[in-house]
Design a protein around this ligand. Structure first.
Ligand code: NAD
Length: 281
């Protein structure tokens, strides 16, 4: 291996249970980033609602991984773009765990097309899941956080929301206009909710992943050619793993991150540093 790009050594997951006693919900938690986040929240001591819309078996596997380290977990089927299903999911979650302290708004999709070939259905589907879905879940979470208020034995905050955004809340993306528009929308939705509910001691932030190895972007890392091309965009010269996002989500949801509100934390190996300027500017 090139000395400039040393072998990757992944850090270990945190041993300290930063989220002991907290109740969390992660949407789209049967796969990729959501799966890693749900497991990491569980390992950090939180009981976790594992939302899924397809693949119940995967969601049950995630629950098993969470239970393995002593936390409770329950898989709940709901399409985050459907108001009734989201409300039913929150009711079931609160019946199960008595409350919710942490929402990770993770579910997301891509439906890519050149702009002049993009159908209204492709546009609507992405906005419905990526933006409206985050709105519907955040609204139910805020209702619960405001109803309950701060329980100091659990956390110094009345509740935390983490929106899974993307570097594409900032970076335009040709051929993915619906996706970039949805994540740009998530950015100002997140900041506006944060501004509105901060006086209730509710924190709302986003994580902006760069290129993370999950099924959503398989074509960008599956072959050596694709991976090498992707690395032109990543100064840190490795693809991100779902656990890179999961460790940060645990910290951002914990009281260690109290006073962080209305911010996007980019976790992207430097993708938002305009790497094209490294040798051309
Ligand atoms: P993924 O495809 O593995 O996971 C997406 C999850 O969302 C799946 O579990 C899927 O079933 C679920 N989902 C889709 N529609 C849903 C719906 N209507 N209701 C409930 N769940 C639904 O991909 P991922 O990479 O893990 O993506 C997770 C999030 O991270 C997405 O919001 C995505 O936009 C974001 N993201 C990913 C990357 C990356 O490089 N992988 C980069 C930036 C942002």
């Amino acid at each position: 291996m090139d000395a400039k790009f040393p072998e990757v050594v992944m850090p270990k997951c945190p041993a300290i249970q930063l989220l002991k006693g907290q109740k969390a919900m992660v949407t789209g938690a049967n796969s990729g980033i959501g799966r890693a986040v749900a497991v990491a929240l569980g390992h950090a001591g939180a009981d976790v609602i594992v939302n899924y819309v397809v693949n119940r078996e995967e969601a049950e596997e995630v629950c098993e991984e969470i239970r393995h380290c002593g936390s409770s977990a329950k898989a709940i089927l709901a399409d985050v773009a459907d108001e009734q299903q989201v409300q039913d999911m929150f009711r079931e979650a609160i019946d199960t765990f008595a409350t919710i302290d942490i929402l990770v708004n993770n579910a997301g999709i891509q439906r890519d097309a050149p702009f002049d070939e993009m159908t209204l259905d492709q546009w609507r589907k992405v906005i419905d899941v990526n933006l409206t879905g985050q709105f519907l879940c955040a609204r139910e979470a805020i209702r619960e956080f405001k109803r309950r208020g701060v329980n100091q034995e659990v956390s110094c905050s009345a509740g935390k929301i983490i929106c899974m955004s993307s570097v594409h809340e900032l970076v335009p993306w040709a051929g993915h206009v619906n996706y970039a528009a949805s994540k740009g929308g998530v950015m100002l939705m997140m900041k506006s909710i944060a501004q509105e509910v901060a006086p209730y001691r509710i924190r709302v932030n986003s994580i902006g992943p760069g290129a993370i190895r999950t099924p959503i972007n398989r074509s960008a890392w599956e072959t050596k050619e694709a991976y090498d091309k992707l690395m032109e965009l990543v100064p840190y010269k490795r693809i991100g793993e779902p656990e890179d996002i999961a460790r940060a989500a645990v910290w951002l949801a914990s009281d260690e991150a109290d006073y962080i509100n209305g911010t996007t934390l980019f976790i992207d190996g430097g993708m938002t540093l305009y790497p094209g300027f490294t040798e051309n500017g």
